[in-house]
Design a protein around this ligand. Structure first.
Ligand code: GH3
Ligand code: MG
Ligand code: MG
Ligand code: MG
Ligand code: MG
Length: 303
């Protein structure tokens, strides 16, 4: 999951430059350091970032169509792109022009004609910063065992979605999942195998949740939460049932369960726009449904 910070061969730089000669010169400088892609326009740069976000952008200023300055501002304004650092590489080097680059959100500035070593060192430094930031994010937002998002991120993300859904007048659905008879599983098979079962359940939950905005979190020990923005009762129930069925379908032997395999129970709650006042109340509703699922025999979803 975590990469060596000094090895940047997997890192990618996007060169936005309307001169094919300059593209070649810049690419040649970075050869062997990292991966490089080139586009000729700011419009293509934004599309490229959305499809395949690079770790760093080298941005020309004067381009046909949208300028590099405008593109940089656009990228900074997009939640999904604004962690990509932008270095301007331009012949607009006077003081006012440099000010404009900083105002647009650039992290660095290089005047043309470029000095190869300066370019390489700046790129290396910013790629390392980016990698360190990514690793810190992984440590702080992901659960190390199951590689799904962790509880800290759930608390942040559920609050953010609650506010966003209020603004957009949409529903927010929560599914709470809890592995059945998991204490018996650990007691019988040992904690290491218990850990493997947790990983397998997390993986299946992720697989069943396939819209890009839906996400799976490890809520606590053997409990997972799924957040489904803009989802109605039918949609949420479908996903909860699909996870319950898919976990059973893994057929992980569990001789201390009455199902003979590892299963999960699920509780589903729908936060209808304007009808719930906090994420906590939504989680409480999902918890109540989960207790009912447990009470009614387990390996089922209750809404
Ligand atoms: P129920 O069907 O009612 O949910 O019963 P249960 O045994 O699953 O519930 P209980 O809350 O009694 O036990 C949860 C177990 O989950 C106990 C704990 O050892 C185990 N567990 C929690 N976190 C981990 C973990 O990270 N690894 C392993 N192997 N086990 C864990
Ligand atoms: Mg140019
Ligand atoms: Mg140009
Ligand atoms: Mg539990
Ligand atoms: Mg349990």
């Amino acid at each position: 999951m975590f990469k060596d910070i000094d090895d940047l061969s997997d890192s990618s730089v996007l060169i936005v430059e309307d001169s094919s000669l300059t593209q070649k010169v810049l690419s040649a400088c970075l050869d062997g350091l990292c991966k490089v892609d080139c586009v000729f326009s700011a419009e293509d740069a934004i599309q490229h970032c959305l499809d395949n976000p690079p770790d760093l952008i080298l941005m020309d200023w004067i381009l046909e169509g949208m300028t590099g300055l405008e593109a940089c501002k656009k990228i900074q304004a997009m939640d999904e792109l604004n962690d990509i650092p932008v270095i301007f590489v331009t012949s607009n080097t006077n003081e006012n022009q440099q000010e404009l680059c900083w105002d647009a959100g650039a992290v660095d500035f290089l005047g043309k004609p470029i000095v190869a070593r300066t370019l390489v060192n700046r790129v290396r430094t910013h790629l390392k910063y980016k990698r360190q930031t990514d690793i810190l994010k992984q440590y702080s937002f992901f659960d190390g065992l199951t590689e799904v998002f962790n509880r800290r991120y759930f608390d942040m993300e559920s609050q953010r979605l609650f506010k966003q859904n209020l603004r957009q007048q949409q529903n927010l659905a929560v599914v709470m999942l809890d592995i059945d008879y998991f204490k018996f599983y650990n007691d019988h098979y040992g904690h290491l195998q218990g850990d493997d079962a947790l990983k397998a359940v997390a993986k299946v939950a992720v697989k069943m949740v396939n819209r890009p905005l839906d996400s799976v979190f490890r809520y606590g020990g053997e409990e997972f939460a799924v957040l489904l923005p803009n989802t109605d009762k039918d949609g949420a129930q479908k996903i909860a049932n699909a996870i319950v069925d898919a976990v059973k379908g893994l057929e992980l032997p569990h001789c201390k369960s009455r199902f003979d395999v590892v299963t999960v129970s699920a509780g589903v709650a729908i936060g209808k726009y304007g009808q719930y006042d906090s994420v906590q109340s939504l989680i409480n509703m999902a918890d109540k449904a989960l207790y009912q699922a447990k009470d009614s025999g387990r390996s089922q979803a209750v809404i």
